[in-house]
Design a protein around this ligand. Sequence first.
Ligand code: MF3
Ligand code: CO
Ligand code: CO
Length: 268
Amino acid sequence: MAIELKTPRDLEAMRVVGRMAAETLSLVGERLRADMTTDDIDAIVRADTLARGATCSTLGYHGFTRSCCTSINEVICHGIPGPRVVATGDIINVDITSFYGGFHGDTSATFLVGPVSAEARHITEVARHCLALGIAQVREDARIGDIGAAIQQYAEAQGCSVVRDIVGHGIGRKFHTEPDVPHVGRKGHGVRLKAGMVFTIEPMVNLGGHQYRELDDGWTIVTKDGSLSAQFEHTLVVTKEGCEILTPRSRPLVNSEVFGVDVALGAG
Ligand code: MF3
Ligand code: CO
Ligand code: CO
């Protein structure tokens, strides 16, 4: 099936829900403290999302029982909020998807809990930069492989690895739709981008190898070698000149910026 091109009206709605998800993510950064549980984070996400009149896309999604994903340290993605306490020195990705006006908006960031190791800062900054580099490839007539190629080349040059198979995705009235957006790839290969396509870019970058395994809970994805993993995600629409980020932040993230500057695109 052809990849859907959003209409100007669809995009208006996607800007609204995208900003809602981004605001909720910013709030999580501001509230994040050591000694909170990941269930506490989930409660913040749920309450803020509902206060905006939106709902949480992950709640009930293929049986997922929580309002966001919380992925700590060696957890790559899809961590289920629960009783686990967030500790000083941890890095934690919080992934928020809101649904409002018939559309989904999906965004995530990795936060640093208090002083963290140099390795933890490194993997977080590499992942943040990978998202920016992927976004910079997007414009009409570019290929989807250009995105993964740029991400993979940078991550590997930094001594890190990029998770395969778990990919960015088309998004709109459905949470996950075409196209797949791999975070590794070859320049000039894959789907040709058209203005109006909407998808996420959400590179997962590991300090060690790219291999992963799934825990017995059927959701949590962890690095096989136990190394740290970080991730950032935006939802965007392809334009003739480049792209527009649909999940831009109104202010820099708190508890994520190492140098006090949010270098991820869409910060302002
Ligand atoms: N938000 C995730 C993504 O970026 C998907 C989470 S699905 C869940 O695609 F069921 F694990 F919550
Ligand atoms: Co996503
Ligand atoms: Co997400």
